[in-house]
Design a protein around this ligand. Structure first.
Ligand code: SF4
Length: 646
């Protein structure tokens, strides 16, 4: 039973009234933190989860002397935390800081000229500070300036960009300033990597000035966390690094490394095309044998790692970028040996046409990254608009069984959101044919015609996207078509999406992209920027050794759930993310069309967010039906708008 405080008691809530379901969110957050437990909250975008969770958390965290760590993925999300804290601080005393990595906070041109790679920046920084060559670091000794700036920053919540610009103005290091501020603020907004990437976490925790047990953790947009945190523990090595290590070995006179790398290439070249599960420890052992290097495997790797380190030091002493491919080789294979034989890791070798050979160390268990933090903090709140199925999220993240799970009711009315699932079409592999693509194109054109402005189409893969284009999608619509390219640069993609959005005021356009891609996850389309969204197919990944290993691993941990946790739910989250793109604010209105009958099956429907699944209507496979329903929705919407104006 959720305990509700009186509305006027929420002193950290800065706005005059709550949005629908927002007060319930505050109460759940308050209760979870107050009882030092964990909560998972699934709620639609636009209900004010950032300010709601902050207000609910501050209410109890301040009393209990707990600091809030608010973790998210993008700068935009972290900036939002500071904006909301600023609103809160107009009435209540609250401090906050959003931080970025050293490579983004460093202002020393001597470093930035060389590289913005985090590790290189760290090495350059440590060299410059130890040798007394960074003036910004040296200026930190001016206690008066530092104290005055700290007072300023502790007066109001401070975003990373303000911290950087103000520190720059006073010629002191923003990164060092952030380190000084961390132990004194109520809320720290930070990227997931600070908590879930082990080398970064070790350093970061030391700077907090208090144990993790005195912190509360809010995880925003948590739906992708299982995949993101697994990435932190994974690693890969490409063919070019092995080739470069050979050149480096020749240059610095290290024949054993040259022989080892040559043998490695020979061994790998013997494997056929495709994805192969390998054991990196055996690969190293075989390469050493072939190269006639009679050394203990671990000793050899540690030795070349140390040799690479000495190359980097030499480069630094000559004022060059500290980079060593031999060091990288040693580092990668040491991790390979460490993870060899472990059931929570697999090693892969991938050789594909047009792509360079690549070795991967893949972490299969998100708990490898999360357990230390989740078991140490006082409480956690995981939030997103697409966290169904919450039990799978709880299990794979390693949250306890008594975690509170809440799906907030839909804040959208039937006049706002129409959700349709079409019979007669599917992207099931065996059913894909020119005929089925034509049928899909016909349904898409019905939706585009009956939508007053912009329509987004998100496909399960580039192959399906090509299928639609091949079936005449371009010809079947009269509005301009913007197509996401698989290998386009991000600037080019940004321009394309901006052009598409602008078309909402000029008769509308159609955006064609893939689920899980840049347009369907990183971009919002509020208001009229996207009225209708069409989801073409269920975005299951292609069968691969990696996917099979993930399913098998989850099956071993969660009997009868491997397929669901490792394959079905991640795909449904991608589909839900894409479907939710036009609904970012509570007054957004639009149509979601699932162009695959599987979305309306009882089994898959339950993995859609409640605010979508509760409105889903199945549409018969008959020409013109879709157009009629969508047209009717938008004409009712116009009437509704008109009534509201009157
Ligand atoms: S001390 Fe600061 S400014 Fe100087 S190199 Fe390091 S991060 Fe950059």
């Amino acid at each position: 039973m959720v305990h509700f405080l009186l509305k006027e008691s929420w002193k950290f809530f800065p706005y005059p009234s709550f949005k629908p379901n927002q007060e319930q969110l505050l109460s759940i957050v308050y209760k979870a933190i107050n009882s030092r437990s964990h909560a998972i909250i699934d709620g639609a975008s636009g209900l004010g989860k950032t300010v709601g969770s902050l207000a609910g958390a501050l209410q109890t965290a301040k009393e209990q002397g707990l600091v809030i760590l608010y973790a998210a993925r993008t700068y935009k999300e972290l900036d939002r935390v500071i904006e909301e804290l600023e609103a809160i601080s107009r009435e209540e005393q609250v401090t906050g800081l959003s931080i970025r990595g050293r490579s983004e906070m460093c202002i020393n041109e001597a470093v930035l000229r060389f590289s913005n790679d985090p590790r290189t920046v760290m090495e350059l920084c440590s060299d410059l500070t130890q040798s007394g060559k960074c003036a910004y670091y040296g200026n930190m000794e001016d206690a008066g300036t530092v104290r005055a700036l700290m007072d300023d920053f502790l007066h109001t919540p401070t975003g990373a960009s303000t911290l950087i610009s103000e520190s720059k103005r006073l010629e002191i290091c923003p990164y060092e300033m952030a380190k000084l501020l961390l132990p004194h603020v109520d809320v720290i907004a930070l990227n997931y990597a600070y908590l879930f990437s082990s080398p970064i976490r070790e350093n970061f925790i030391k700077k907090l000035g208090r144990p993790l047990s005195q912190h509360v953790l809010i995880l925003d947009e948590a739906h992708n966390l299982p995949e993101i945190v697994s990435e932190f523990e994974s690693d890969h090595l490409t063919l070019s690094t092995i080739n470069s290590s050979i050149e480096e070995a020749e240059k610095y006179g290290k024949p054993t490394v040259k022989r080892f790398s040559d043998s490695l290439l020979e061994l790998l070249s013997e494997m056929g095309e495709g994805e192969h599960i390998v054991d990196l420890k055996s690969v190293v052992r075989d390469a050493l044998r072939m190269a006639r290097i009679d050394e203990d495997l671990l000793y050899f790797l540690e030795e070349i790692h140390a040799f690479g380190e000495s190359i980097k030091s030499l480069q630094l002493s000559k004022g060059k970028v500290p980079r060593s491919y031999i060091h990288r080789l040693g580092e990668f294979f040491l991790k390979g040996v460490e993870t060899s034989g472990r059931s929570d890791f697999i090693h892969l070798m991938t050789k594909e046409e047009d792509l360079p050979l690549r070795l991967d160390i893949i972490a299969l268990d998100p708990r490898t990254s999360t357990s230390e933090v989740l078991n140490s903090v006082a409480a956690t709140i995981s939030m997103s608009g697409t966290l169904e199925d919450m039990e799978s999220y709880r299990a794979v993240m390693g949250l306890p069984e008594n975690t509170i799970k809440t799906a907030l009711p839909s804040p959208f009315t039937d006049e706002q959101v129409l959700v349709l699932s079409c019979k007669g079409v599917s992207t099931i592999y065996e059913k894909r044919s020119p005929e089925i693509y034509k049928r899909m194109v016909s349904k898409i054109s019905e939706v585009v015609r009956s939508t007053p402005g912009n329509t987004g189409i998100f496909c399960s893969s580039y192959e399906v996207m090509d299928g639609l284009l091949g079936a005449g999608l371009q010809r079947s619509i009269t509005k301009p078509l913007f197509v996401e390219k698989q290998k386009a640069r991000s600037l080019e993609q940004d321009r394309l999406v901006e052009e598409f959005k602008k078309m909402s005021k000029h008769g509308g356009a159609v955006l064609l992209g893939v689920m899980g891609g840049r347009f369907s996850e990183g971009e919002d389309y509020p208001g009229d920027e996207m009225n209708s969204v069409i989801i073409v197919g269920v975005p299951y990944p292609k069968p691969s050794a990696r996917v099979s290993a993930q399913i098998k691993y989850y099956e071993s941990l969660f009997p009868n759930k491997g397929m669901e946790y490792g394959y079905i739910i991640p795909a449904m989250r991608r589909a839900s993310q894409a479907a939710g793109r036009p609904f970012r604010n509570l007054d957004d209105r639009g149509v979601i069309v699932f162009l695959d009958y599987r979305f309306s099956t009882k089994y898959l429907k339950r993995f859609l967010p409640y605010w979508i699944s509760s409105k889903l209507i199945t549409v018969e496979d008959s020409e013109g039906v879709l157009e009629k329903i969508v047209l009717e929705f938008y004409s009712n919407r116009s009437k509704h708008h008109q009534n509201q104006k009157n």
